[in-house]
Design a protein around this ligand. Structure first.
Ligand code: NAP
Length: 217
């Protein structure tokens, strides 16, 4: 599948790009600076063992069926407003956690309830927004040897888009679970500051979530 990662030069996007490329997907990472994206893509492609492309964010989105948004919350609305036209008709996987530095271990909900709902409001109904991957750390994603024992909760209003996102997240090496409509993103995004608090309290780096009691184990 053709996948673009907006903000793919960053911490979270890089590991995702490598893992999707290794799973056989055609990945293009996007950046505000196309040259920066191309340079980063070259290195990521060497690590992945499969070419990864780089382009300016809008050009990256234009060649993709699925777009993953991986920019800080402070850049979320502005980035989406700039890409709204290019995103039309695509599935958008939004992994944004609305952290408000420096208090990143405290839940601070945005005006639009959740970043994902804000995204849907900005890009409009022609884009099917799915939210997930809020609880998966960049370091673990970037380590190709790391095997996850945590789950990814995925929410969205379009059943087909959500099912597609769940399959793509499985390709990253994670069990992804249907966590309901996009309105539930507020719960998912709220848990990340809690995990960051747990990391600090218990001197850990990779606190994650595991759902028990499901037939799939
Ligand atoms: N890091 C994690 O462990 C983690 C875990 C779960 C979820 N997330 C979520 O994933 C998203 C990305 O996190 P990250 O840690 O990868 O972020 P990051 O490394 O700080 O930034 C990612 C990319 O976003 C672009 N960017 C930065 N500031 C921007 C701005 N003001 N305007 C437009 N683009 C900007 C940059 O790309 P260019 O400069 O090349 O354009 C940067 O490489 C966040 O929303 C975060 O909540 C992160």
């Amino acid at each position: 599948m053709n996948i673009a990662i907006v903000g793919g030069t960053g911490r979270e996007g890089k590991g995702i790009a490598i893992r999707w490329a290794r799973a056989g997907h055609d990945v293009v990472i996007g950046s505000r600076d196309g040259e920066r994206a191309s340079a980063a893509a070259l290195v990521l492609g060497e690590t992945a063992g499969r070419a990864i492309a780089g382009a300016a964010n809008e050009a990256a989105v234009a060649r993709a069926e699925v777009v993953l948004l991986a920019v800080p919350y402070a850049a979320h609305a502005e980035t989406l407003r700039g890409l709204a036209g290019a995103l039309s008709g695509r599935v958008l996987i939004d992994i944004t956690v609305p952290l408000v530095p420096p208090k990143v271990r405290v839940v601070q909900l945005p005006a639009g309830r959740s970043a994902a709902e804000e995204a849907q409001a900005i890009v409009g109904p022609s884009v099917r927004v799915v939210a997930g991957l809020h609880h998966v750390g960049a370091a673990e994603l970037a380590d190709p040897a790391h095997q996850f024992d945590s789950d990814v909760l995925v929410c969205g209003d379009d059943a087909d888009a959500k099912a597609l996102a769940i399959r793509l997240i499985a390709d990253l090496g994670l069990r992804a679970l249907d966590a309901g409509p996009l309105a539930n993103a507020v719960a998912l995004e709220s848990l990340t500051p809690v995990l960051l608090h747990l990391n600090k309290t218990y001197t850990a780096a990779g606190a994650g979530l595991r759902i028990t009691g499901l037939p799939t184990g």
